[in-house]
Design a protein around this ligand. Structure first.
Ligand code: DUC
Ligand code: ZN
Ligand code: ZN
Length: 462
């Protein structure tokens, strides 16, 4: 099967030109202008942007949380991702309590196998890592294609790992080209604040945000960076939400340390007042209960600046949806029981496009933030993250002018609300190809769940 994408405005992280792309089978075969070739299928991309398939390196499909599971499984979540122009996710496998690292990974393979609409890889959340476990981690890197390991400083009694464990994982992963990802929030102090908050009778969703202040995130980031310096290993800070945390990353990078960070669509766009949204019997604010919480809009410009100047290297989603009805509702009367997370995997590419254009980013930088940087950071480049001869033909044809109104009516994620209900942006996904096959056309999913492949990833970028 051959496909010719004709006359599009081709954008990669480094290139910007008008051209044709010939796809043969699953990969890009030829790139040029006015290619004189016959193809089984021709896509007219004139007036459209043609970009590498988007990569979301932070999703949680079917994650057990607070007595329930995130509501997208690998089928519904990856179809929704495809609608939004995402052709690769990296989801977080969890080493359950009492499980080995390998068992955690096997559990996630069982969830995803045969279900995915797009390609996928796994990071591994470590909840137990002893003195003698480095060889197990190395085996997982070498044989399983998992090169990134996440540890939590938050959620005591569930995910929280002490500093010694974090340091041990960093020391094990770093020298082999692996990277340690940190959920950086001081969960111990946050728990004290939560106790005080509940004791004062404050139980509504807005107190979720008030009990997790920016200082708790900044402290976690500072400590993670100090440990990475001590371990002489790189660290990647996930879901940076505020300028206080960003400042820690910037200071470390100014010292030349291998410290990297991401932010998420919602921290670039939403404001803390969302917790006071009316409706659902005074509980609509639960939609936005995620960790870290949505901050004040004064953080938006610093976060965009951080993306522009390289302090932050990409935008992910932390996609972890729950239904408001029946799931978020578990926390009516006690915000600590609201499952943490929100739906985000679908709107990211277009919402970041809109914001990037408004903030004076180049088209190249938009592609870097939504695709290329993740491919490089997490060992998938140049198979993923670019349009080049021999690369997987994961390609998005994007209409830069088309207006979008976000909301449940157009979104496909398996939940009953949108984080961005009513928000208007410019620029929309038109056609999506996964390894040469059209899987989205004119808003319709044309693929077959299960055709998404597991990606064995290599060492992370240095
Ligand atoms: N944050 C969330 O909001 N949900 C899942 C895990 C996390 O860190
Ligand atoms: Zn996290
Ligand atoms: Zn997460």
């Amino acid at each position: 099967m051959t496909t010719l994408i004709r006359g599009g405005h081709i954008i990669t992280a480094s290139d910007d030109y008008i051209g044709d792309i010939l796809i043969e089978g699953e990969v890009v075969k030829q790139i040029g202008t006015n290619l004189d070739v016959l193809a089984d299928k021709v896509i007219d991309a004139s007036g459209k942007l043609v970009i590498p398939g988007s990569i979301d390196p932070h999703t949680h499909m079917e994650l057990p949380f607070g007595g329930t599971y995130s509501s997208d499984d690998f089928k519904t979540g990856t179809i929704a991702a495809a609608h939004g122009g995402t052709t690769t996710i990296v989801d977080f496998a969890v080493q359950g309590k009492g499980q080995t690292l390998q068992e955690g990974l096997d559990t996630w393979h069982a969830k995803a196998n045969g279900k995915c609409a797009i390609d996928y890889g796994f990071h591994l959340i470590c909840t137990d890592f002893g003195d003698d476990d480095a060889p197990l981690l190395h085996k997982i890197m070498d044989e399983e294609g998992v090169s990134s390991f996440k540890l939590f400083m938050a959620y005591p009694g569930v995910f929280l790992m002490d500093d010694a464990t974090i340091y041990r994982v960093m020391k094990a992963a770093g020298p082999k080209g692996g990277i340690t990802m940190i959920h950086a929030e001081n969960g111990i102090v946050i728990n004290e604040i939560i106790k005080e908050t509940l004791a004062e009778g404050n139980t509504a969703p807005r107190y979720h945000a008030l009990s997790r202040p920016p200082a708790a995130e900044a402290e976690g980031v500072h400590r993670a960076i100090a440990m990475s310096e001590l371990a002489k290993a790189p660290v990647y800070i996930v879901h940076v939400s505020c300028s206080e945390a960003l400042d820690e990353i910037k200071a470390a990078r100014d010292k030349g340390l291998p410290v990297y960070g991401e932010t998420c669509t919602q921290y670039l766009t939403l404001d803390v007042s969302c917790y006071d949204e009316e409706g659902f019997d005074g509980f609509a604010g639960a939609k936005y209960v995620m960790t870290p919480p949505i901050r004040s809009s004064s953080n938006h410009q610093p976060l965009w600046n951080g993306l522009k100047n390289g302090s932050l290297e990409l935008v992910s989603t932390d996609h972890c949806p729950f239904f408001l009805k029946g799931q978020k509702e578990l926390g009516r009367g006690d915000f600590t029981k609201i499952p943490n997370g929100g739906p985000g995997v679908e709107p990211r590419l277009a919402v970041v496009y809109d914001g990037a254009m408004k903030h004076g980013f180049s088209l190249n930088k938009w592609v870097e933030l939504t695709s290329t940087a993740a491919a490089k950071r997490f060992g998938m480049y140049p198979r993923k993250g670019t349009i080049a001869i021999g690369s997987d033909a994961d390609i998005v044809v994007f209409d830069p002018e088309k207006p979008v109104t976000w909301g449940t009516e157009r979104e496909h994620m398996n939940t009953d609300y949108s984080l961005f209900e009513g928000m208007q942006t410019k620029g929309d996904v038109e056609t999506v190809l996964l390894r040469g096959k059209v899987i989205i056309e004119d808003g319709q999913y044309l693929g077959t769940p299960g055709e998404g492949q597991f990606l064995k990833r290599g060492a992370t970028a240095s």
